[in-house]
Design a protein around this ligand. Structure first.
Ligand code: THU
Length: 131
């Protein structure tokens, strides 16, 4: 997978983010098992708590487009440091894409990458729903 292509896509996607309240734009690109690239950006609501992060937008788009297995998610936010996914996104990603690598890139080229499982140890999952 050509990471330069993903960086270009992240920058383009992030630019379109609907983040008029926080002015903090985030782009995400999910890579499916068959190398489809599904993008998302954060979408903010006037009722702030209804905002949805870029990562979940990308994941829900991917699921509605039929993708079910994933390899990686790339994240790029405004600012000079790689941006980690929030706890809510970690949980939802764990539900649908537990084996992915999370790659956080800054616009100026910094890079951090971790398996999702390392970012959410002892995660709640559907096994816990058996009672
Ligand atoms: N945000 C994301 O899109 N992804 C993250 O991982 C962290 C936060 C968004 C939500 C909100 O629109 C803005 O960033 C500020 O929290």
């Amino acid at each position: 997978m050509d990471e330069d292509k993903i960086v270009r896509l992240l920058k383009d996607v992030k630019r379109e983010a609907l983040a008029i309240y926080s002015n903090f734009r985030v782009g995400a690109v999910l890579v499916s098992e068959d190398d489809r690239l599904i993008s998302g950006f954060n979408i903010e609501s006037s009722s702030y708590g209804l905002t949805i992060c870029a990562e979940r937008v990308a994941l829900f788009k991917a699921l509605t487009e039929g993708a079910r297995r994933f390899k990686k998610i790339y994240i790029m936010a405004d600012g000079t440091e790689p941006c980690p996914p929030c706890g809510a996104c970690r949980q939802v990603l764990m539900d649908f894409a537990p084996d992915i690598e999370v790659v956080m890139l800054s616009e100026d080229g910094k890079r951090k990458a971790f398996p999702l499982r390392d970012l959410l140890p002892h995660a709640f999952n559907n096994e816990n729903l058996r009672f």
